[in-house]
Ligand binder design. Structure first.
Ligand code: FAD
Length: 402
């Protein structure tokens, strides 16, 4: 017999657990199921600090069993397909589940395979990345071992989760090199596929000043094509503002890589993704209600959604209460309420002890929580990022309280 849930949640990450905790309180035990294959839940924002030896990787992980809310059922499996017309989900293990409402919260995938040469070489041959749990710690080891030369920090085309992270780790690297007396032996280059250092002008101007003060070079319009770890070379496809395209290969000594990112394939294969436009391939939900465009009993939350916001945990903090309210409204036969204004926040770490708190919504609208100039690096925001936000996450947001 096919097991049926009032609400079935796909993914037990930041979005899935935040929504589950709130729903269980309202709907009661046994009504909510969470499909999640991983034994461990990660607080990924800490990985920028782990990569620079400013936090322990273990602080960013907890057993999944500890974050699944009491009363919700954990189905330890992966989704392979959603059958939205039948209100059913097919699992990798062969089981089928049925739902009244579905919340898609499977985040995104890192497309490492799109970078020829890199498979199995991260953590070796000068290649590092804070985008994976174990590699974040290894990144710090590689920084410590680094004796000088050319260090490149790659920013792929957006959307990616926390678009500030490839820069944060670079500024921390710069600070560490200064602390260790090696900065003179290093040339640092930020290599971005975009034509600006950050998407919001006021923060871009602040970051531009900081980059110049730190003597960091920037290359715009460079898209990583391939890496040759044996020769320690990296090749980019370079597009000039006038549209001229050429290929450029350079030697590297340290390469911090972030791959392109996309929603999981099942989202597309289940007919749940945008089929064209800027958000092609991402979950097709309304940007204000987070309800699916075609299936009224499906909602999305977090990185998987195809909406014009910045993919962060902070966005999820704002999305979770509204998604829950909208599920309950639709359950009662009411229309979903537009609630989400695109809020997202990125604590831009620009050095050890220094953070710019970038908070903004749709169309780049600034949405500062504190009545002070948000583009100024502050020590108080470092404490917020390093100590307060992790507590708020584990004790508040995941329990449906923040
Ligand atoms: P996730 O938390 O990634 O969870 C997705 C879950 O879905 C996972 O548990 C996964 O196992 C599961 N899953 C995947 N596929 C399937 C499947 N087929 N079936 C079932 N389950 C599946 N955010 C901030 O707010 N501030 C920051 O400073 C910040 N810094 C960051 C730094 C780094 C280096 C990184 C990597 C991220 C950072 N983020 C930051 C972003 C933030 O971590 C993400 O936006 C957030 O975790 C997204 O939550 P989610 O629930 O959408 O996805």
């Amino acid at each position: 017999m096919v097991k049926r849930f009032e609400v079935l949640i796909l993914g037990g990450g930041s979005g899935g657990i935040s929504v589950a905790s709130r729903l269980v309180r309202v709907l009661g035990s046994g009504s909510v199921g969470i499909v999640e294959p991983s034994d461990t839940h990660f607080y990924q924002p800490l990985w920028s600090l782990v990569g620079a030896g400013q936090a322990k990787k273990e602080e960013s992980a907890k057993p999944m069993s500890q974050v699944i809310p009491q009363g919700a059922e954990w189905i330890r499996d992966s989704v392979v397909k959603v059958l939205p017309e039948q209100n059913q989900v097919l699992l990798k293990g062969g089981d089928t589940l049925a739902y009244e409402f579905l919340v898609v919260a499977t985040g995104l995938q890192l497309n490492w395979e799109k970078i020829p040469g890199i498979a199995g070489r991260i953590g070796q041959s000068g290649i590092c990345s804070i985008y994976e749990y174990h590699q974040a710690e290894r990144t710090f080891q590689m920084f410590r071992e680094f004796q000088g030369g050319d260090a490149y920090f790659i920013m792929p085309p957006v959307p990616i989760k926390c678009a500030g992270a490839p820069q944060k780790i670079m500024y921390l690297f710069d600070d560490l090199m200064r602390q260790w007396g090696r900065r003179d032996q290093v040339r640092i280059t930020y290599v971005t596929a975009s034509q600006a250092i950050f998407g919001i002008p006021v923060f871009a101007q602040a970051l531009e000043r900081i980059r110049q003060e730190k003597n960091i070079t920037v290359w715009f319009g460079h898209r990583l094509e391939q890496v040759d770890p044996d020769q320690r070379t990296v090749t980019f496809i370079v597009t000039s503002p006038s549209g001229l395209v050429e290929r450029k290969t350079v030697k590297y000594d340290l390469l911090h890589v972030v791959p392109t990112q996309s929603a999981h394939q099942y989202v597309i294969e289940s007919g749940l993704a945008h089929e064209e436009g800027d958000h092609k391939g991402w979950l097709a939900v309304d940007k204000y209600t987070l309800q699916h465009f075609r299936f009224g009993n499906i909602f999305g939350i977090g990185d998987v959604t195809g909406i014009p916001n910045a993919k962060t945990g902070a966005a999820i903090r704002k999305q979770a209460p509204g998604v829950v309210e909208n599920i309950l409204r639709v359950k009662k036969g009411l229309a979903p309420k537009p609630f989400y204004d695109g809020y997202s926040s990125c604590p831009l770490v620009v050095g050890i002890g220094k953070v710019i708190l970038a908070e903004f919504g749709y169309d780049g609208k600034l949405m500062p929580t504190f009545p002070i100039n948000p583009a100024v690096p502050r020590r108080s925001f470092w404490f917020l990022k390093k100590y307060l936000l992790p507590q708020l996450y584990w004790k508040g947001m995941l329990r449906g309280l923040a």
